[in-house]
Write a protein that binds this ligand. Sequence first.
Ligand code: UTP
Length: 292
Amino acid sequence: MSIKKAIFPVAGLGTRFLPVTKAQPKEMLPIVDKPAIQYVVEEAVQSGIDDFLFITGKDKRPLEDYFDHSGELEHHLKNQGKTELLELVQSIACMCQIYYVRQKKPLGLGHAVWCAKQHIGDEYFAVLLGDDIVDSGKPCLKQMIEVYDEAKKPVVAIRRVPREDVSSYGVIAGKPLGGGLWEISDLVEKPRPEDAPSDLAVIGRYILPPQIFPVLENLEPGRAGEIQLTDALRVLAQDEPIIGYEFQGIRYDVGTPKGLLIATVEMALSRDDLGEDFERYLAQLVRKRNLL
Ligand code: UTP
């Protein structure tokens, strides 16, 4: 059986975006005019996922509202004859059926994944983090599902990062299998550059087996006092190979203000309705500030 269920852990506090995240989920921050989480949900839809579970937390209600119908707004748009906008807002509510589970305390990504245990049952499933958006011809998760379909093993998305940046990621040790695939023998969460086993960082896409749940259940809090998914993967890797997959596509780290800005600028530039105008503005700005 292929991968049909996906979970989206969205219960983090988003402290890197304070103060805006004091009263607004970071997943709802827009890239141009679409919230970051929608890009990730669309990737899952286009990858053939048909069961969506959000792991939510306190103050995440706007996410539920966003993916639901908005009676008043739809009524208003209909009365005004704004058919295109009406179709746009309706299409978001109709995109997929989402289930919700609350993570009662933000005890870490590993704990958030554990909260999906009942819903997932006894099958492999995907995890997608809203912090990572991948712009690619074939959706990143679809590429990973193809690797899984072939290997029937856990798969994590990996990408080379500059050595000085490894301390922001989980980093793998492993041997190359060819074609962008690696057999992972170990993982380290946010190592110092001098301690990192490689420059291959884990990005927020995973295909995991149900055996991850008992591992998470028995895990002690790790780095930052949180239950870390990387620590659970490390235990899992001792029993069976985990595959690291260097996916095709441009990855944006929208979990930081700088990364969100980069994604916003690049995606605005590639938009038919905005791109030309915005590029002219950027060119002017570069000249005015003597940036070249
Ligand atoms: P991060 O480590 O980026 O944490 O979580 P965060 O709280 O979202 O953001 P910062 O670091 O404070 O700015 C990675 C992913 O794991 C989820 C987050 O929502 C994000 O998608 N997460 C994290 C949870 O769902 N629960 C947690 O307890 C922690």
